[in-house]
Design a binder for this molecule. Structure first.
Ligand code: PLP
Length: 390
């Protein structure tokens, strides 16, 4: 589109304008929410050849195209599929790229439902699943087998925020002929662009920051030119398209994601630094903190941090964790994140097989929302006092 090439422009310009062109719909700023199964053809020949842009609701609509094109502009990808949840954004590419007899390497600090899918459904389909240490870096080469078809990464890690050396892993994986996938939900394409660092397929739970309001489930999967045909084919084969209202809500969320993320980043870092000075705290797991073991990698590859990190309480167990959580008044107790409101959850590392680490105390994951930082600190201080008093 002449005059609308936003690819070379700043990230906030892309967030504001990527996707639909208002001139396609009589100048209305936003695209229509197209509710569609059937698409009509003008004549039998067009129908037989399917020679028109839209042919069936599962294969894309102007609404899903608007979001997919906006995500492509942010990710630098050749194509994006929109699926009904972040978990579907993990399972669909794995199903599309793995076959019986293949071997898949998955980071041990992965989002638990990803592990659950691999250990149950992938294993049942005859795929050999192996977990690797998040700090493996170029050492992943030693774990590659002739039948390794996918290396799955997530950085920073779920709950414990270990950083992975993505370029080193991608190089070794490609040398062994494997496709590299990354769950990039934490950073969003604003703070890390996986395809620029050697990843082939970038995965997002758009439920989090893109949606931003804790009221929508959606996932996006973006591929480079080489992997796009296979990913798209898998998506069409599985029929996992998403409802247009949810797709629209995520496109709407994208427009403000940049300003929301700036606030999440600033507040989370302020609270993380403050937590490092508080008694009752053993450690703060936030990769943008200088004290974090993965800080150098984060600094090298990422250009920002989002609003979720963990705090390790100084000793104790479930009782201390529950006392902390039950004392909170502003933070809600809930699992999803990326919304405008603050949340806390006690996390377990019981599923880890490689990256267990020494036990220092209960781990509480905090999602820092858009509230006033001083109010959030006061709430956390109440939680810390309650945990210490047990
Ligand atoms: C890192 C990560 N990936 C994927 C998902 C799955 O997203 P959804 O809740 O939309 O299925 C989550 C959800 O918490 C997540 O934290």
């Amino acid at each position: 589109m002449a005059g609308r090439d936003f690819d070379t422009m700043g990230i906030h310009t892309r967030l504001a304008h990527a996707g639909n062109d208002p001139r396609d719909y009589f100048g209305f700023v936003n695209p229509p929410v197209v509710h569609a199964s059937t698409v009509l053809f003008p004549d039998a020949a067009t129908m037989a050849a399917r020679s028109q842009k839209y042919t069936y609701g599962t294969r894309g609509t102007p609404t899903s195209d608007a979001l997919a094109e906006a995500i492509d502009a942010l990710e630098g990808s050749a194509g994006t599929i929109i699926v009904p949840s972040g978990l579907a954004a993990v399972t669909i590419p794995l199903l599309a790229f793995l076959s019986a007899g293949d071997h898949v390497l998955i980071v041990d600090s992965v989002y638990f439902p990803t592990r659950n899918f691999a250990n149950t459904m992938l294993a049942r389909l005859g795929i050999e699943v192996e977990y690797y240490d998040p700090h493996v870096g170029a050492g992943i080469q030693a774990l590659m087998k002739p039948n390794t078809k996918v290396v799955f990464t997530e950085s920073p890690a779920s709950n414990t925020f270990e950083m992975q050396d993505i370029p080193a892993i991608a190089k070794a994986a490609h040398a062994g002929g494997a496709v590299v996938m990354m769950d990039n939900t934490w950073a969003t394409p604003l703070y890390f662009k996986p395809l620029d660092h050697g990843v082939d397929i970038s995965i997002h739970a758009a439920t989090k920051y893109p949606a931003g309001h804790s009221d929508v489930l959606l996932g996006t999967v973006s591929a480079n030119a080489e992997c796009w045909p296979k990913l798209h084919q898998g998506f069409i084969t599985l029929g996992c398209c998403s409802g247009p209202d949810d797709v629209y809500q995520v496109l709407r969320g994208l427009r403000t994601m940049g300003v929301r993320l700036e606030r999440h980043q600033e507040s989370a870092l302020d609270i993380a630094r403050w937590l490092e000075t508080q008694s009752g705290v053993a450690r703060v797991l936030h990769p943008a903190l200088e004290s974090h073991p993965g800080h150098a990698l984060w600094k090298r590859d990422f250009c920002g941090s989002s609003g979720i990190f963990s705090v390790v309480l100084a000793g104790g167990g479930v009782k201390q964790a529950h006392a902390f959580l039950d004392a909170l008044r502003i933070f809600g107790l809930g699992y999803s994140w990326g919304g405008y409101e603050s949340l806390a959850v006690h996390v377990s590392l019981a599923d880890r097989v490689v990256a267990k680490g020494p036990y220092e105390g209960p781990i509480i994951r905090l999602q820092i929302g858009l509230e006033n930082v001083e109010d959030l600190k006061a709430d956390i201080a109440t939680g810390l006092a309650a945990a210490t008093a047990v």
